[in-house]
Design a protein around this ligand. Structure first.
Ligand code: AP5
Ligand code: MG
Ligand code: ZN
Length: 216
């Protein structure tokens, strides 16, 4: 199954995508995670992307689209993928369609996780991420067993640099202006599955499963 997972910053895309990918035996491809891995490794791509990510702006298309084209061509995507964080503009959506068509593929579903804006800031400010394996926690909603330590691997938990209040505000503005129009775009194409993201993590996952015809 070829799936795009959409939603505003903090909607819970990464949290849900990890579980969905494990259940569907397909890779979870997060553009944000790929950029952050490159920033950590100090690559040229990471240095360039960081100039935009640190402000909450979108990384330029020529960089992002080339990166995702290569990633989708990898062998592990043959049976499907969960794409988290792309497309973020109508232009990226058109480009994604063309990239997939070149590979003889198309999207099966676009899952949009809908969360009221007033909840997003609290979700992002309380988020903590494992430095080692990228597992995501929340200080109140989904805390680790031991404070500051990852349940999965014991790694140190940190706060993402773009989870400061000022950067969050810009990310939300960028989302509203550039990404929200994708909801109507995919609805028109008959691909949209809209999910109420203002529920517990398990209930959101159950609704996504039902919508995709999966029993997880
Ligand atoms: P990216 O990493 O994709 O950030 P984002 O879209 O802002 O989304 P987040 O990762 O912040 O949120 P999420 O929806 O994954 O939520 P999560 O599951 O962590 O992108 C970062 C940057 O990279 C962008 O700003 C841009 O600069 C650049 N970029 C990326 N893609 C690009 C593209 N295509 N083009 C150009 N630039 C691009 O959950 C959030 C918190 O809530 C966690 O603490 C979690 O535990 C908690 N939580 C999750 N679900 C629930 C629930 N149901 N109930 C209660 N709490 C929950
Ligand atoms: Mg994410
Ligand atoms: Zn970990």
């Amino acid at each position: 199954m070829n799936i795009v997972l959409m939603g505003p910053p903090g909607a819970g895309k990464g949290t849900k995508a990890d579980v969905m990918a494990r259940n569907l035996f397909v890779p979870h491809i997060s553009t944000g995670d790929i950029f952050r891995a490159n920033i950590k490794a100090g690559t040229e791509l990471g240095q360039l992307a960081n100039q935009y990510i640190s402000k909450g702006d979108l990384v330029p298309d020529e960089v992002t689209l080339a990166m995702i084209k290569d990633r989708l061509a990898e062998d592990d995507c043959a049976k499907g993928f969960i794409l988290d964080g792309l497309p973020r503009t109508i232009g990226q959506a058109d480009a994604l369609e063309a990239i997939l068509a070149e590979q003889g593929k198309q999207l099966d579903k676009v899952v949009n996780i809908d969360v009221p804006e007033e909840l997003l800031i609290a979700r992002l400010c309380g988020r903590r991420v494992c430095r080692n394996c990228s597992q995501t926690y929340h200080l109140e909603n989904n805390p680790p067993t031991e404070a500051g330590r990852c349940d999965e691997c014991g790694g140190e938990l940190y706060q993402r640099a773009d989870d400061s209040e000022e950067t969050i505000k810009n990310r939300l503005e960028v989302y509203r202006a550039q990404s929200e129009p994708l909801i109507a775009y995919y609805e028109q194409k008959g691909l949209l599955l809209s999910i109420n993201g203002n529920q517990t993590i398990n209930n959101v996952l159950m609704d996504i499963g039902k919508g995709l015809g999966q029993n997880w």
